[in-house]
Design a protein around this ligand. Structure first.
Ligand code: C5P
Length: 260
């Protein structure tokens, strides 16, 4: 088990999304993976990583069943090393859910990892790398992977002859400088609170464009450090992702997935 960050590190698991893109008609964190709700895997991964003095789970505000699942997982896992458990109502968007969880952290917490329930198979190695960078003085740390696709930026456009609405390429960033970013993302708590206080002042369009916590810290002008992510930390968004995650858990290729 990893050394705790002085017993003052909390992990927030955001599980309050609707999961519409997955098409199960239920919040994504409740969708079964290997016969259990996705959230159960995420919680187990966080407990196994051994970095959390407090674990706070944000669930959909109107979903009593999800709250029950979260409390049940806390009760079953909580017998361990004195972890404080909290379950809070999430908000309308991801950053509102993060803010709700930040409001529930104990007074002695000084660092926090924000983790998506939608990345239920994130391995301990990633938690280790993120917390190690926090211990080494980073105020913000993200796990990331190099991208394999060439990425283009686009703008709305009309085809020359017909004006039919399509998009056209406005740029091609150098691929070797691009990273696909994952969770858990780690922060000095004061820095993340400051970043979210600023986010609360944004209008709805700007708030909808916030896709991770690090970009809020970037907006403060703070350095955000990057550590190696993992292919196991895939984000489950579409049914194809779910198939891949099932295969990682119990498929014939499982023994080959040795990366941490
Ligand atoms: O929607 P998306 O897949 O980007 O969500 C990423 C994570 O944020 C998921 O774990 C989801 O449950 C969480 N989320 C949340 N509250 C929201 C929207 C998303 O906790 N309002």
């Amino acid at each position: 088990m990893t050394e705790q960050v002085g017993g003052t590190c909390a992990v927030v698991i955001v599980a309050a999304g609707s999961g519409q893109r997955l098409g199960y008609g239920m919040p994504k964190a409740r969708v079964p993976l290997g016969g259990e709700p996705m959230l159960a895997h995420a919680v187990r991964g966080v407990v196994r990583a051994g970095v959390a003095a407090q674990i706070c789970i944000a669930v959909p505000a109107d979903d009593a069943e999800m709250a029950d699942i979260a409390r049940d997982l806390a009760a079953k896992s909580g017998a361990g090393p004195g972890i404080i458990w909290s379950v809070v109502d999430g908000g309308a968007d991801r950053s509102a859910s993060v803010r709700a969880a930040l409001g529930a952290l104990a007074a002695h917490i000084t660092t926090v990892l924000i983790h998506d329930a939608a990345r239920p198979l994130a391995p301990s190695g990633v938690f280790d790398r993120v917390t190690a960078a926090l211990r080494d003085g980073a105020k913000a740390v993200i796990p990331a992977l190099a991208v394999v696709d060439t990425i283009k930026t686009v703008v709305p456009a009309g085809l020359p002859a017909t004006g039919a609405g399509v998009e056209k390429v406005s740029g091609t960033p150098a691929r070797n400088r691009l990273r696909a970013v994952q969770t858990p993302q780690g922060f000095e708590l004061d820095t993340l609170r400051r970043a979210h206080a600023h986010a609360e002042t944004l209008d709805a369009a700007a708030a909808a464009a916030i896709t991770d916590d690090a970009m809020l810290v970037e907006a403060l002008g703070e350095d955000v450090y990057v550590v190696q992510g993992s292919t196991h930390s895939l984000k489950i968004t579409s049914p194809t992702d779910l198939l891949l995650a099932e295969a990682m858990l119990q498929g014939p290729l499982r023994p080959r997935w040795v990366e941490g």
